[in-house]
Design a protein around this ligand. Structure first.
Ligand code: PMP
Length: 418
């Protein structure tokens, strides 16, 4: 149901089959285990269950007929190019268009700095691949995006969480963590951050802190990896200025068309300083030779011929309505002791349960009551997050969201009585 949930961070291998290859795998494969909650989510796809779990964009809102037409035209007009291998760096026209998209976040880049990737997930993978030796430290927000954490685990990184609050990463906590790690001789390779409408909290790093975070990392010689798939999905204001806009040499930017267009194209990108970009292209070629020319040209064609900024506006309106439905329902139904974030964009709300409740233990009982969520434990590499729940508002209709929150509140009240 949710691509993210298949990548586990739990301990137990999923399924009943015995793995007879277990003593032959590379050490890095030990970190690759299916999520403990995966089996439960199979149940959660039943229509009677309201799923507040998946982070799937609402692609039904796209002009599907026009997309179909442009794909047909692409094959008819440029089929021999679209169906051929392409360059490792990505289609030049698309890279130009990506620069125009990034200008909306204050980034001035040239197409030469862009590497197209298979979704932003591959950009995260490639960056990790070129920087991380086993045991190297990656700093991440606490909590952080589950898909990045599983990539970091696969490369045997040591993930260290840095505290955040409703204004994003806390600069003092970042500085202290870096200081303590460096004093202990640890190699910190980069800070991975989702600064805008973060997955899973919905929180945005505020402007003042952006400058501080950049300054702290610059002084400590720590590269910043800015993962920004939700940057253009703000509901109440113009897009935030990207971190990369203020420090092109210190920040690798990771972007994606998955949320602003459609994840099925699997088109994302990395924007990196020249030397890093070169390594990324080589890593990219060794991973997949070249990405789908067809997908890239389809996205390029979409951007060239469709009113994509209007479509973006339509997505923002749609998600804003759903966010409002969720926040209103939380206000109405949640028992005392629950708190939650109030995202200004993106897909997610982060709910904190009353003291003593455990989100993962609660999940089977919630699914029995026909509501699903993602337990907070998936978003921590260190066993944290038990008191938290990620709720997504991107996919269900507002009425379903209200019903889902009502059911969840009833489950929480039940837990409090147990
Ligand atoms: N980063 C973040 C923060 C995400 O939420 C996601 C998707 N859930 C990704 C990266 C990966 O997206 P994609 O590979 O589809 O671009």
């Amino acid at each position: 149901m949710d691509h993210e949930l298949d990548r586990g961070r739990g301990n137990a291998p999923h399924g009943s089959r015995i793995d007879t290859y277990v003593d032959r795998y590379a050490a890095r494969a030990a970190g690759m285990v299916a999520s403990e909650v995966r089996a439960l989510f199979a149940v959660a796809t039943r229509p009677e269950v309201v799923s507040l779990a998946g982070g799937m964009p609402y692609v039904s809102a796209l002009p599907l007929e026009q997309v179909g037409d442009l794909v047909a035209e692409l094959v008819a007009r440029r089929g021999t190019v679209a169906l051929q291998y392409g360059s490792g760096q990505g289609d030049p026209e698309l890279r130009e268009q990506i620069c125009a998209v990034m200008r909306l976040e204050g980034i001035e880049a040239s197409a030469d700095d862009v590497v197209v990737t298979v979704g932003s997930q591959q950009a995260i993978d490639l960056i990790t691949r070129i920087f991380i030796d086993p045991g190297d430290v990656i700093l991440v927000e606490g909590p952080s995006y589950v898909g990045a954490l599983s990539t970091f685990a696969a490369y045997q990184a040591r993930v260290v969480h840095v505290a955040m609050d409703d204004h994003g990463l806390i600069p003092e906590a970042l500085a202290q963590t870096i200081y303590a790690l460096q004093a202990a001789g640890s190699r910190i390779k980069f800070l991975y951050t989702v600064p805008t409408h973060q997955n899973p909290t919905g929180v945005t790093l505020d402007e003042g802190r952006r400058i501080q975070v950049l300054e702290i990392c610059r002084r400590a010689g720590v590269l910043v990896v800015e993962d920004n798939p939700y940057g253009l999905l703000g509901f109440d204001r113009e897009p935030m200025r990207a971190l990369r806009a203020d420090d092109p040499e210190g920040v690798v930017y990771v972007g994606s068309f998955s949320k602003t267009l459609a994840p099925g194209f699997r088109v994302g990108w990395a924007l990196a300083p020249h030397a890093i970009r070169e390594k990324l292209i080589l890593a990219m070629e060794s991973a997949v030779l070249s990405h789908s020319t067809f997908s890239q040209l389809a996205v390029a064609q979409y951007l060239a011929t469709q009113p994509w900024q209007e479509q973006l506006k339509a997505f923002r309106e749609l998600y804003r309505e759903r966010r409002d439905a969720m926040l209103d329902a939380l206000e109405v139904y949640m028992p005392p002791g629950c708190t939650w974030t109030r995202p200004g964009g993106g897909f997610f709300v982060w709910l904190t349960l009353p003291e003593g409740l455990h989100s993962k233990a609660m999940l089977p009982r919630a699914i029995a009551q026909r509501v699903a969520f993602v337990p907070g434990t998936g978003f921590y590499a260190d066993g944290g997050g038990a008191q938290h729940v990620r709720l997504s508002f991107c996919y269900p209709e507002p009425d379903r969201i209200r019903e889902g929150v009502r059911r969840l509140a009833a489950v929480i009240e039940q837990e409090l009585r147990m």
